[in-house]
Design a protein around this ligand. Structure first.
Ligand SMILES: [Zn+2]
Length: 389
């Protein structure tokens, strides 16, 4: 137990650590590619491993709806089914209680989903959700929680926190062993008092790590940064801190600076399929005619399979022709970009010069719209209490 999360170095609020599960070691900060349907879209297990990934994310609601928990068990669990010998974190379905809200009834003892596929009713209760995750062989499980939309009344938010706390206790009691880790989820939106209330309750329970949920649903960046910073006071130092649903390079760099260790998001693969590719200077749109004659890789500094083997001109052609290979080449590159970024960040935390890296990175990385970039930079600087030069 005590070796599960070992901090190697700290630099300001940032940390680098080794998380060990089933003899597989994950160095944090880490990004987890999302395999909602037991597949990281367009990539197979070999390609993920080739990039360096050893921990991916799936979702127990989606697995329960299709192909089904019992079905997966017939195939020896999710790892065997998708031929993945790394680790898998499964989200609980709490977020789907929010994102599929029109098909959901939240009750005192669980969430009733009307399947988004065939309308069949699925009753998710906290204990069963842990059992489902254990059954399919999840390595890091998330308890069922209530995730409310922005603008919900304070009363509703407090009620949701109370219910989520009750569910958390039931989730812990449902565990059959410690071999799968179980993280607690802190909710409360951008309301710092509610975050504190939620954190005080959850950190009193015996979880292996803690996640901040509901922080990527389109809120103000400044509020988001303040909420992130609160994690340092509210969460124990010796356990992993997972910020759910964050995946753009600039957000990752900031969140790690604010003390988070783990992240997941569909963004890198989703934008890859739209022809948007990460570089240190910002995103590149491969449809742009200027790439038609570029006989160079997407990013000359990238060592990924795509950049080693294909030219921008070719990737441009594939996207123009809607060839499937284009989506794969782009997804490999974006995931490799984040993997390499995490490695670089781990190095800088180890060398205690991460804050210099953050400034340099954010100065160079252009977010798509210059106006947004400027606003974000100003907010970032303001949030750090520095001068604007
Ligand atoms: Zn690349």
């Amino acid at each position: 137990m005590e070796d599960f999360f070992k901090i190697l170095n700290t630099d300001g609020n940032s940390r680098t650590a080794i998380m060990s599960i089933n003899n597989i070691e994950i160095q944090t900060p880490c990004f987890m590619p999302v395999a909602t349907q037991a597949s990281v879209k367009s990539l197979d297990s070999f390609e993920l491993k080739e990039i360096g990934y050893k921990l991916i994310l799936s979702n127990i609601y989606h697995m329960a709806v299709r192909p089904g928990i019992n079905y997966l068990n017939k195939f020896g669990g999710i790892h065997k089914f998708m031929n993945w010998d790394g680790l898998i974190l499964t989200d609980s379905g709490g977020f789907q209680g929010y994102s599929l809200a029109h098909r959901v009834k939240i009750k005192d003892d669980g969430i009733v989903f009307q399947s988004h596929l065939d309308g069949k009713e699925i009753y998710f209760k906290p204990k069963e959700v842990v059992k489902y995750q254990e059954d399919i062989g999840s390595n890091i499980m998330m308890p069922l929680d209530i995730c409310l939309p922005k603008g919900s009344s304070e009363k509703k938010l407090i009620d949701a926190l109370e219910t989520t706390y009750e569910w958390a206790k039931q989730s812990i009691s449902a565990r059959s062993s410690n071999s799968s880790k179980l993280f607690g989820i802190i909710q409360g939106g951008n309301n710092l008092e509610l975050r504190e209330l939620s954190a005080n309750k959850m950190t009193g329970l015996n979880f292996d790590g803690f996640a901040y949920g509901g922080l990527s649903v389109g809120e103000d960046k400044e509020l988001m940064i303040n909420t992130q910073l609160s994690a340092n006071k509210l969460l124990p130092e010796n356990k992993p801190r997972y910020l759910m649903g964050i995946g753009s390079p600039e957000d990752l760099v900031r969140s790690i600076y604010n003390g988070f260790d783990m992240f997941d998001c569909v963004l890198p693969t989703r934008i890859a399929r739209n022809g948007s590719l990460f570089t240190k200077n910002g995103r590149l749109n491969v449809f742009n005619a200027k790439y038609k004659d570029i006989d160079k890789p997407i990013d000359t500094n990238c060592n990924c399979y795509s950049c080693k083997n294909y030219s921008l001109a070719y990737v441009h052609h594939l996207f123009k022709s809607k060839e499937l290979l284009g989506y794969r080449i782009a997804s490999i590159h974006n995931l490799a970009f984040l993997y390499n970024l995490m490695n670089e960040i781990q190095q800088h935390i180890t060398n205690s010069d991460f804050s210099g890296f953050v400034d340099e990175f954010l100065a160079k990385y252009k977010v798509s719209d210059p106006k947004i970039q400027q606003e974000q930079k100003f907010k970032w600087i303001k949030s750090q209490g520095r001068n604007t030069n």
